[in-house]
Design a protein around this ligand. Structure first.
Ligand code: 3PY
Ligand code: MG
Length: 252
């Protein structure tokens, strides 16, 4: 199976990516049917173990959304297992150097381009019988820029062979740059950092992604030049929808 996201990238069409922190195949299925281009299962900060992630990826494959996983860290063993479980792209947190980026990409690619091991697992059920032949092209790789060092090494990270792009973690990045974890931080250092990532990605024709706290915030990021945005996660959306409904019911 082709990866629809690669075509959207070619066409320069912004990718709207859902984000799952709740360990439920049912919420994965619901979210996957809402019109997202991709949906990410978050193993880093989501309350999700391998068994739940597997059922969530199964649920997502019954929807039009491309299933992605954010892994816990730059661990080839976990990346291999999530790809075997049918993830069609990996978002890897805390990439700070070109070496780490190369290590990450190698974990996502079969030889001769990487070190991924082949096993006849769920990847074949989702990807098709020719999965081993096309997986190296199909799997999306996004390195998270969310450390001071990662920002300093941005050019070298973007030069990594086989890396599709970067994804800003604005909570961690603002925490390290400004001392406060504020995803939509307007601190001048944060604004400059975000602008730098967008312009470097544009120069190198790499995908620029970012986590956002709402649909409106995601719209602004697209206008700023991002092509991959996450308009909040399931937890934020559920809480917000509940607060709105309660306020409406109370007439407050
Ligand atoms: C961050 O904002 O640091 C993230 O990792 C997004 O989830
Ligand atoms: Mg982060």
């Amino acid at each position: 199976r082709r990866n629809k996201l690669k075509e959207l990238i070619q066409e320069n069409t912004p990718i709207i990516n859902g984000w799952l922190a709740i360990p439920s195949s049912y919420s994965a299925e619901i979210v996957g049917h809402q019109g997202y281009d991709a949906v990410t299962v978050d193993l880093q900060h989501g309350m999700i173990d391998f068994a739940s992630a597997l059922t969530m990826l199964q649920a997502l494959s019954a929807t039009p959304a491309v299933p992605l996983v954010r892994v816990q860290h730059n661990d080839p063993a976990q990346i291999m297992r999530m790809l075997d479980a049918g993830a069609y792209g990996i978002i890897c947190p805390m990439i700070s150097t070109a070496e780490q980026a190369a290590h990450f990409v190698a974990a996502c690619r079969y030889p001769p381009y990487g070190v991924r091991s082949f096993g006849p697992a769920r990847g074949l059920l989702y990807g098709g019988a020719d999965y081993p032949q096309h997986a190296n092209q199909a799997i999306l790789t996004l390195a998270m820029i969310e450390t001071r060092e990662g920002l300093a090494n941005l050019d070298a990270i973007l030069a990594t062979d086989g890396l599709d792009g970067v994804f800003i973690g604005p909570n961690d990045l603002s925490l390290t740059l400004t001392g406060s974890a504020i995803a939509e931080s307007q601190h001048p250092d944060m604004l400059a950092a975000v602008e730098r990532v967008v312009s470097r990605c544009r120069e190198r024709q790499k995908l620029a992604g970012i986590f956002c706290t709402s649909g409106d915030a995601a719209r602004l990021r697209i206008e700023q030049g991002f092509q991959f945005v996450t308009p909040a996660n399931d937890v934020m959306q559920l809480g917000r929808a509940a607060r709105v409904a309660i306020a409406q019911a109370r007439g407050t």
